[in-house]
Design a protein around this ligand. Structure first.
Ligand code: HEM
Length: 232
């Protein structure tokens, strides 16, 4: 059961993430635990999905926020700390300003050969020497989502070389992609991209994001916020 205080904190948090886009629809503004279809999406239910990750921005958590930069579209409220939970966070901590949720999923565009290359090179986030991290939430345009999947793949790889480009930076940079459109409740972004790396890779990471942002794929990005983090 959600307390009154928690409900209003959730509404506040939603507004902080939505920024100028005002993503909270009237049907959800006062009832954050029912999905549009009317299915129950209780905190208990969400907590059980092992693919779910929750990123909470506020004044607590192991990650120190160095900057919150709007790359395209509205920014998000600045926060001093970030915590990352594998699962749901039904009781957001006092001091939380926003929370973003996403689930890991199967690949959509990656070929067998690319999966093999990635598997041979990539490492999972969480290495002890990965003291730097980036949380980059991204929303793509309606024009992107209107394309059939084969045309999206062409833009993603044949024209933008996303995987080929990114693979050059493995295993230095570890990544995890979270999908938000697969959740029952509307989220302000389509993807939460998470990366961590040792301090020596900080310059390479800047190069990687600059390369990707210059591609055709990024013409379909309508909102992107770049949140940079460090931990002791
Ligand atoms: C570290 C190097 C990187 C590698 C190896 C890499 C690899 C990949 C792969 C394989 C996918 C496709 C998964 C699928 O088939 O569904 C993907 C998707 C994605 N990546 Fe990256 N990536 C890297 C860096 C980045 C960076 C720096 C960003 C953001 C600035 C980013 C943003 C995304 C997004 C938003 C998607 C989802 C695209 C969509 O489904 O429309 N990636 N990445």
């Amino acid at each position: 059961m959600l307390g009154k205080g928690l409900l209003s904190r959730r509404r506040f948090i939603s507004a902080a993430v939505g920024g100028l886009t005002g993503f909270i629809g009237p049907s959800h503004a006062g009832n954050p635990i029912m999905s549009e279809s009317g299915n129950s999406d209780s905190p208990d239910h969400r907590e059980m999905n092992p693919r779910l990750f929750t990123f909470v921005g506020g004044d607590s958590g192991p990650w120190v926020v160095q900057r919150v930069d709007p790359v395209v579209g509205a920014s998000m409220s600045p926060v001093s700390r970030l915590s990352v939970a594998n699962g749901g966070v039904p009781e957001l901590p006092r001091g939380a300003v926003w929370a973003l949720r996403g689930v890991t999923s199967n690949v959509r565009y990656t070929t067998r050969a690319e999966v093999a290359t990635l598997s041979a090179r990539q490492v999972a986030p969480g290495r002890p020497d990965a003291t730097h991290a980036a949380l980059i939430p991204i929303k793509k345009t309606a024009a992107w989502w209107d394309l059939p999947i084969d045309e999206r793949r062409k833009i993603f790889e044949e024209s933008s070389h996303h995987i080929a480009l990114g693979s050059k930076y493995l295993p230095m940079i570890a990544r995890r992609l979270h999908h938000c459109r697969d959740l029952a409740l509307p989220e302000p972004f389509d993807f939460l991209t998470w990366f961590d790396y040792p301090s020596q890779a900080a310059e390479s990471f800047e190069k990687l994001v600059a390369e990707l942002r210059a591609t055709e794929e990024w013409k379909y990005v309508e909102r992107e916020v770049d949140i940079r983090l460090t931990r002791e």
